[in-house]
Design a protein around this ligand. Structure first.
Ligand SMILES: Nc1ccn([C@@H]2O[C@H](COP(=O)(O)OP(=O)(O)OP(=O)(O)O)[C@@H](O)[C@H]2O)c(=O)n1
Ligand SMILES: C[C@](O)(CO)[C@H](O)COP(=O)(O)O
Length: 387
């Protein structure tokens, strides 16, 4: 379903002050509007963004915004009021746009999760908007004095993006007389149901001069969290049965034996468990997902191919392998004499120091299928670390 975003950025930001309207003031090496567009356009469901600009700001926009490439962005001139600007944005939407999210340029901290909540809620209602329940006591004041208490039951602080089925909000704006605080007000006046979805405390609107310092602090906090160490743990388990043959391949080493291991690839049960542990730590499924057994090209493949793929995937996602620990479970062959060679081979394939790779073995006390020497099992764990 096509989802578009309208970013209303045609206001003058009089309350925020400054030489330029607040949406063009600097924030985190970009501008407020630059951060807002980056946040919205990175949501995969949004395929079109319309930015509504004051006619005086066209040059400011061109000079200060780095447009992302993967989302079609266009600009249209806004109006004297917020709702006039929204109407200009609605008129510019591509045909076939089923859902539209209308967002303030002045809310640069909108998250992917919040955007997703609004989009999803539109499957069940013509309108959906984020808000936070009022949790403080509310007073009515006059001349600096409290004159009454205000019941806060059922009160919410409204946020954007406010989402709508496109045809419904177009009709609502077309029949509205103007002067609405937001698009939910327009929708309600037209009789549309609007679902409240959970808002976000960080989704602030830059309104007053002090909000810029708050926004920089929020950005710094996000940067800190982004660079915080991310440690992942994964496990893997694999079994291969014995078949006719004179050697098994375990952790990349050929070990002479009375049987071989049966499998689509080289049946290296130890390397498969380690590979699955890495995929597990990345939440990337298992070997079968990346190398389907139904695909003839993996017939007899050296399992090194699978392990390298998992390690490369981890690196591409910014992780290094902290360590791996693999246990082979069998009565025979005896693993001890080959343990160092297996450790060295696994370390070589993963590009790790051998001190980060453990290969050990145990029997199952002659119990179960491994005890009856029907096959070999292996379990493994892997830690991945992103700095
Ligand atoms: N004629 C208008 C008025 C407002 N907006 C946009 O609506 C959003 C929310 O409005 P607000 O925070 O009130 O912004 P301003 O109108 O710019 O602020 P102020 O009232 O302080 O002048 C802002 O992103 C603003 O740019 C708009 O596109 N067109
Ligand atoms: C749309 C809005 O952001 C909802 O909170 C808000 O109503 C617009 O800004 P204003 O400060 O009320 O003008």
């Amino acid at each position: 379903m096509t989802v578009a975003g309208i970013v209303v950025a045609a206001g003058r930001g009089t309350r925020a002050g400054g030489e330029t309207p607040k949406q063009f003031q600097p924030l985190g090496g970009s501008t407020v509007l630059g951060q807002t567009l980056a946040a919205l356009s990175s949501h995969p469901a949004l395929t079109q963004l319309v930015v509504v600009l004051h006619p005086d700001d066209t040059d400011l926009f061109a000079a200060s915004i780095n447009l992302p490439e993967h989302c079609a962005i266009s600009t249209v001139p806004g109006g004297a009021t917020r709702d006039a600007s929204v109407r200009a944005g609605l008129a510019a939407l591509q045909d076939g746009t089923r859902k539209v999210l209308i967002h303030d340029a002045a809310r640069p901290f909108v998250t992917q999760a919040l955007i997703g909540r609004v989009i999803d809620a539109l499957d069940h209602a013509p309108g959906a908007a984020p808000a936070l329940a009022v949790t403080d006591a509310l007073w009515r004041g006059n001349d600096g004095n409290v004159v009454a208490l205000q019941d806060r039951t059922g009160l919410f602080r409204a946020q954007t993006p406010q989402g709508f089925r496109t045809s419904a909000i177009r009709a609502a704006h077309a029949s509205h007389s103007g002067g609405a605080a937001d698009d939910v007000a327009v929708a309600l006046a037209h009789g549309l149901d609007v679902t409240i979805v959970e808002g976000d405390e960080d989704n602030i609107k830059i309104t007053l001069p002090g909000d810029f310092a708050r926004a920089e602090a929020l950005l710094a906090q996000r940067e800190k969290e982004r660079h915080a160490m991310d440690i992942r743990l994964g496990n893997g388990f694999d079994v291969h049965r014995f078949c006719e043959g004179d050697a098994v391949i375990l952790c990349g080493v050929r070990v002479p034996h009375t049987h071989a291991l049966d499998g689509h690839s080289d049946a290296d049960v130890g390397m498969h468990a380690v590979t699955d542990a890495i995929y597990g730590a990345l939440a990337e499924g298992d070997i079968g997902r990346h190398f389907p057994p139904s695909d003839p090209q993996w017939k007899g493949a050296a399992s090194e191919v699978f392990l390298r793929h998992a390690v490369d995937l981890a690196r591409a996602k910014g992780f290094s392998i902290g360590n791996v620990d693999c246990t082979l479970i069998c009565e025979f062959p005896k693993i001890g004499p080959h343990g160092s060679a297996m450790q060295a081979e696994m370390a070589r394939i993963m590009g790790l120091d051998p001190s980060r790779v453990s290969v050990k073995a145990t029997t199952s006390e002659r119990l179960g299928f491994t005890g009856r020497s029907e096959g070999i099992a292996s379990i493994a764990t892997a830690t991945l670390v992103a700095p």
